[in-house]
Design a protein around this ligand. Structure first.
Ligand code: FE2
Length: 449
């Protein structure tokens, strides 16, 4: 269905966008701007003149910018590599960007933390047209040393974190449909308008890099084990699954901080997570909705970090539990070694779900969708409705309890989880045969959304 100019005017007006400004700057003007940006020396990370010249020449020649063109680091994106073809964006796509960022600006200025807002101001994110990655990439590098790496779709967690260890941030090039508030698949409205400002918050940027370095530690161990496994393909597959599982649990820490983190600021709860702030609807919801739980977290406390790594979630709707950092400074404690250690503990322990308030939680509020830790088991037993997250955690935990689980490990939590009645475990042990309780794959829980 085609949309008329009249419809565009009405849509723009609904979001307070001046339709006349939804017009990309001509290439000649962008060349002039890029030339000025590349020549800047009053920035924390000055671009080497030779690299700047090459960048400008590529731009003039309509070449997509080379990933890693400003520094010495490189990353191989393989089959996920993509390019931004700036001239191909339609008027409707630019308008979709303009409407989304106008809404975002409104909610960000109500609910984002100070550091996020001042970071965003460096990059002209609130402009009325989709950013040209050449210009944006140069500004990001000069301010933060991060560089964009364009990808075609959600990339595997391993590659995502590899990019992070090298200060590359993977960004897609497509723009969501007009007036779409939330989508699972990351687009420019999320990757750029949500994430870029977070590179400027030192403790958050450090958490991002450290997840990349945690991935490196996992892969060193993985590859050593594979080398020891010789030709045993079954064992090699198990080792690969083990590494993937560790990345999944490390990814939860990333999810509840970089993507969906909140922070206490001047006695109020404020957003800094890119997943939240790229959705105007979720930005309001994350602070105001009585539906979700909000739990205060000290990321420097091992038990609190384990709470994040052991909490399963879904990406298909707004979050049901938000974790509020006591302060940004405490995120500095998330070293690669700590992330890895916590992921390993999470592997051995039962998991909570996104709806639960659990023993030891320092709750700011308990949401209306809260469930108790044992409710998922009773629902499974009685064939009552469960969302995918509760189903997944219930089956995983019961399988653990029903096999060889060492109950003494539970004392690693801040407070002991409620005991699961033995009759439920017995029931599960008898029922868990064949495909009856096949666990859904957790692939959908990629950290980047
Ligand atoms: Fe993201």
């Amino acid at each position: 269905m085609s949309i008329s100019e009249k419809d565009y005017s009405a849509i723009a007006a609904r979001h307070g966008v001046d339709l006349a400004k939804v017009k990309p700057v001509p290439k000649a003007e962008r060349i002039k701007r890029l030339t000025e940006i590349l020549a800047r020396t009053d920035v924390p990370f000055v671009i080497d003149p030779a690299k700047a010249s090459k960048c400008l020449a590529d731009y003039v020649a309509d070449q997509p910018f080379g990933v890693g063109s400003f520094g010495d680091r490189k990353v191989d994106l393989g089959e996920y590599s993509a390019f931004q073809m700036y001239e191909n964006y339609t008027h409707e796509e630019h308008l979709s960007w303009a409407c989304l960022v106008a809404d975002q600006q409104h909610t960000k200025h109500q609910f984002a933390c100070r550091e996020y807002l001042s970071g965003e101001a460096m990059f002209e994110i609130g402009d009325c047209v989709i950013p040209d990655f050449y210009l944006l990439n140069a500004r990001i590098y000069q301010q933060t040393e991060w560089q964009l790496s364009t990808v075609s779709m959600i990339i595997p967690a391993e590659l995502f974190f590899t990019c992070h260890s090298l200060k590359f941030f993977p960004v897609t090039t497509f723009m969501r449909e007009l007036e779409q508030d939330y989508l699972q698949e990351p687009d420019i409205g999320h990757d750029v308008a949500g994430h870029v400002a977070t590179f400027t918050i030192p403790s958050v940027a450090k958490v991002m890099v450290n997840h990349g370095l945690a991935r490196d530690l996992i892969y060193v161990e993985r590859n050593a084990r594979i080398a020891d496994a010789g030709d045993d393909s079954t064992k090699i597959d198990e080792i690969k699954s083990w590494a993937d599982e560790l990345l999944l649990y490390a990814g939860r820490i990333y999810w509840f901080t970089v993507e969906f983190g909140l922070v206490m600021q001047d006695g109020e709860v404020r957003d800094f997570g890119a997943g939240i702030l790229s959705s105007p609807g979720e930005t309001i919801y994350s602070i105001d909705s009585p539906e979700s739980n909000r739990v205060l977290i000290d990321p420097s406390c091992d038990h609190d970090l384990l709470r994040l790594a052991t909490t399963d979630y879904l990406i298909s709707e707004y979050q049901k539990t938000y974790f509020v950092m006591k302060s940004f400074d405490l995120l500095e404690s998330l070293t690669p070694e700590r992330i890895l250690r916590t992921a390993k503990k999470a592997m051995e322990l039962p998991h909570y779900t996104w709806r639960e308030v659990v023993p030891g939680d320092d709750t700011i509020n308990v949401g209306s969708v809260v469930t108790s830790p044992n409710e998922k088991y009773y629902r499974l037993l009685n064939n009552q409705p469960l969302d995918e997250c509760l189903t997944r955690a219930a089956i995983r935990n019961l399988r653990m309890y029903a096999t060889r689980f060492d109950m003494s490990l539970l004392n690693q939590f801040r407070a002991l989880p409620p005991e699961v009645p033995s009759e439920i475990i017995e029931w599960f042990r008898k029922e868990d045969v064949g495909d009856r309780f096949k666990i859904e794959t957790e692939d959908s829980n990629d950290p980047d959304t």
